[in-house]
Design a protein around this ligand. Sequence first.
Ligand code: GLA
Ligand code: ZN
Length: 690
Amino acid sequence: MRNYDKKYVSGSKSMLHGGDYNPDQWLDRPDVLADDVKYMQLAHTNAFSIGMFSWSSLESEEGVYHFEWLDDIFENIHQIGGKILLATPSGARPAWLSQEYPEVLRVNAERQKQLHGGRHNHCFTSKVYREKTQQINRMLAERYGKHPALLMWHVSNEYGGECHCDQCQSAFRNWLKEKYNNDLQSLNNAWWTPFWSHTYSDWSQIESPSQIGEKEVHGLNLDWRRFVTDQTISFYKDEIAPLREVTPDVPVTTNFMADTDDLIPFQGLDYSKFAKYVDVVTWDAYPAWHNDWETTADLAMKVGFIDDLYRSLKQQPFLLLESTPSQVNWHKVNKAKRPGMHLLSAMQMVAHGSDSIMYFQWRKSRGSSEKFHGAVVDHDNSTGNRVFQEVAKVGETLEKLNSVVGTNRPADVAILYDWDSNWALNDAQGFGMETKHYPQTLQQHYRTFWEKNIPVDVITKENDFMNYKLLIVPMLYLVSEETIARLKTFVANGGTLIMTYISGIVNENDLTYLGGWHSDLQEVFGINPIETDTLYPKDKNHVSYQNESYELKDYATILDMKGAKTEGMYLEDFYANTSAVTSHSYKNGKAYYIGARLDKAFHESFYSTLIEELDLEEDLPVKSGKSVSVQVRRDNKNDYIFIMNFTEKPQTVNFEKKVKDMITGEQLKGEMQLEKYGVKIGISPRQSTK
Ligand code: GLA
Ligand code: ZN
């Protein structure tokens, strides 16, 4: 089951605990650096990402290098048994580089050249920047590649954004030429360019989308986003070339993100493509715990969803590379994590597949924009304050969880997330302009499984569908014929497939399917969706399902029945008494269509029926209520059971079978109270054969 050991945490079989360490901010304070090493041990930390913003400290002028300070840091950390995730510094460049080679500066969509400043803002096409990055990366690899403390490469930092400079325009045109086999007519066809007389007669006329230019050719927008992903990956591949060459056995990663405040997967890059080029997926999680618009359990559910997506990208454990031990400094309101929340939120990450808890950052900066961002060591330099103590507690806990490292989290249920479809749907002028909410809709479908402690893989079209009993495909607006064929095979072979309103509308070029719903989908679902009604926020309608009435909002699809069975009916409006939810047996499997955006209660009822029918519930040794999450990681011998109270009140949990507490060593048995934000981690010999 530990199928990823080779390139993953080759030097360590321990849970990683630590974070971004930026000693170059403190080089004139040897006393502070000395404290760091002492405190790292007190905090039970063992892994540090170093150098992600160190370029100007490493190369103060072009060709003038200073590695001595980093040599010392490597030694200091090595001496306390710590490991280093060495960053390449391309995330922020020195001023001399921008000054000497202005082509590295980005041009924004309005075609304005940006000044030097900030970070994460280089041109991803610039040959000079690629060369400069390779140069410094090679030097780092040659100098530290064999150092026993080196664990992993942390490449750049949070890649994102786009550049519209001339070099990027020509790279985009070349990308298009390759995609369309040098055939401009086929591009014009794919983009439906005769509309508004947008037909291109020469490749040089094509420009990236812009508010001051072309913004409504949807095929162009979609291809541009795909290009941005590919060009970012291309930059990354250049970055890692010297690392692969000099240190072929050292794993490589780059930190992925989520979009906050409404915690959803990062929208800017298609991580399903990017994941192929990292050895381990890592991400930076900053949920707004204790916010005033949702319950703690609601937010925990969303965090779980992203974890399950990023874990499923490579079907192996991931690493939490950044989080805050207390506050962040860029939410609208930067609230402190309440006592207990740090351990709880950390354990949730591990429960969903993380083999690390890392922070941004080790020591709070003294100046500049992140001087108030939570850190392990605060400005008071104290190891006695609440935050430091809670971090140390997480460290002590992780030390007892080393046997969990590398274990899996097998699931029979999958939800399909698709970046292409999300981009195309957001671009679509139609439906509700503000109610599309694709990622949020998927989270709503995920909820019932999370509440019932049934593991879910959130997969992409890159994953194999055949591994699952149940595949849920909400709002798959854009779908290629190839994916349709794979969905059909999935059902034919015995799978249960759920699809919803606004699915199967356009192909991979964002061109609508003509002549009704795709014939393969009609065959599998036994329906033809003929009209999608879009509602105002105050409009109400209901669907009856299993003798109950459930509220719908935003979307309702009117269906032409072609052999499917009616499971739910619309109750109001001109489509009252027509089918809203259907089921259809196709070969060895079954396909359900949910025609309307239905409420939480419907999902609970609908999925509960399926969970029973498909026998998806595992016989866990512990039973609990909805807001107590029980998540399991597993190896050949054991289940590692994480029991987490995401409420502000004590909750009763019932251990029906004996489970050994991995932290205290005691036997957990019978009924017990789990305190507010309480967490228990138990180990139990394998219960089931799943
Ligand atoms: C991101 C960055 C870090 C830091 C944190 C602060 O995740 O990668 O460098 O700025 O945000 O939350
Ligand atoms: Zn550029």
